[in-house]
Design a protein around this ligand. Sequence first.
Ligand SMILES: Nc1ncnc2c1ncn2[C@@H]1O[C@H](COP(=O)(O)OP(=O)(O)O)[C@@H](O)[C@H]1O
Ligand SMILES: [Mg+2]
Length: 244
Amino acid sequence: MRARVIAVVNQKGGAGKTTAVLLVATELARMGLRVAVLDADPQRWISCWHQQLGKNCPDLLQVVPYVSAANLEREIRRCQPMVDIVLLDLPGARSPLIAQALGHSDYVLIPAQGSAMDAQGAANVIDLLSYLEEKASIRIPHSVVLTRINPIITTRALQGVKALLTEKKVHLLSTPIVERAAFRDVFSCGETLYTMDERSVSNLGRAQENAQMLGTEVFERLVRYGLIAAAKPQAQQHTARLVA
Ligand SMILES: Nc1ncnc2c1ncn2[C@@H]1O[C@H](COP(=O)(O)OP(=O)(O)O)[C@@H](O)[C@H]1O
Ligand SMILES: [Mg+2]
């Protein structure tokens, strides 16, 4: 089976895209899938994180830096035979890369903060996907994932947003990405949630649990859409190196 492409898209900067990419990529790799992240975010957070990780990097996770409109398609094609999942970390601003990335995607994850629909960037992506379906009969499965949710008001926020998304017939992941220091610090310290020191990061266990639930839910979605096999892969070999 060729590698499946997941784009994480929201035209708004700061929506939590790169954080979602890092968490989903790490969890899918921990579950035994070979994952390549293509870093097309001009902020290059994922590439810098990956560079700092060194031997802390999960075996099955690789990051390809400097992906742009000029080489996106080539990089996807290059990675596909060597991995199971290609995750795209995209720029925030309106960029030709977004439409281009959607054209290659098997599944789209749309991070949105707080009461989702006020995040206009998420609504724009959903409208674009609906347009593709109506005009070109191209149906790309997609889900919204709530990000930076205050752990205390999770339920109330979720209820309001669920109602809105149900009305729009948009799938919402039941696991939101909670606002956690660990999700912020993981970028700056060259660690994963599993190598960080629990004495120096508050609620690290909760953050790990949140990330695992998210990873499991994304995995289940991919299975449901027939994009990957239901059985969790057995421990796989090291992937061929995508970056020297
Ligand atoms: N769940 C979270 N908990 C804490 N900080 C977060 C969370 N999600 C995002 N952030 C922080 O918010 C900022 C923007 O997030 P980022 O993932 O880079 O968004 P985007 O890629 O959409 O621009 C970053 O500083 C990031 O560390
Ligand atoms: Mg980003």
